[in-house]
Design a protein around this ligand. Structure first.
Ligand SMILES: Cc1cc2nc3c(=O)[nH]c(=O)nc-3n(C[C@H](O)[C@H](O)[C@H](O)COP(=O)(O)O)c2cc1C
Length: 181
């Protein structure tokens, strides 16, 4: 059984949902998972973990600065352990090149080049946004020709099966060898 640490950043909460889903998949595969919202617990990297999945979301072209700070501070540990980055953005919904560009920027900023990267689409949560954010996001959607401009509802683009497969691929290295008979 492996212990997986999942520190993350989120602004509107979709990355927190994705992280909880990842933690559920980790547990369903017989391992332990602990999540940490870095905005509220940016403390040092706790010991005793076998792997780590860092998750962050993109706003105005960048991942959360406090996640980048955490990665810079704990780079040695992230390089020592099997580790992965989960990047949540709207670009991951059909504009892979832009989504990859955000990760490239994050890698340049932090110096960490994770071996495993998951690019997942987030959500447009109109009903949770304040007045300005709602109208900015509606304008971005309509400028892109997206039909998803009804601000009385939310649009979730995350493909949960992809999140599950990514997590299971990451966990494959921790699988117990079959018992000898
Ligand atoms: C104000 C704002 C700015 C955003 N900027 C970008 C952006 O530059 N690129 C992108 O791909 N997605 C962008 N998004 C989409 C977010 O990445 C998406 O809503 C994601 O689900 C947010 O994750 P979170 O809920 O964990 O914060 C933006 C969303 C908001 C609300």
């Amino acid at each position: 059984m492996a212990k997986i640490y999942i520190p993350y950043g989120t602004v509107e909460g979709q990355t927190a949902h994705i992280v909880e889903y990842i933690a559920d998949v980790v547990r369903a595969n017989g391992h332990q998972a602990e999540t940490a919202d870095l905005k509220h617990s940016p403390g040092p990297f706790p010991g005793g973990y076998d792997g780590v999945i860092v998750a962050a979301s993109v706003h105005v072209g960048k991942h959360e600065g406090y996640v980048a700070d955490f990665v810079k501070k704990n780079r040695a540990e992230l390089e020592r352990l099997p580790s992965a980055l989960v990047s949540v953005s709207m670009a991951a919904h059909g504009d892979e090149q832009t989504a990859e560009g955000y990760v490239e920027k994050f890698e340049q900023d932090t110096g960490w080049r994770p071996a495993h990267i998951g690019l997942f689409a987030g959500a447009v949560l109109y009903t949770h946004y304040g007045f300005i954010k709602k109208h900015v996001m509606k304008k971005i959607a309509s400028d892109k020709g997206s039909p998803d401009t009804d601000t009385s509802r939310d649009y979730v683009y995350t493909e949960w099966d992809g999140v599950r497969r990514f997590t299971e691929d990451f966990l494959a290295r921790f699988a117990e060898p079959p018992a000898q008979s």
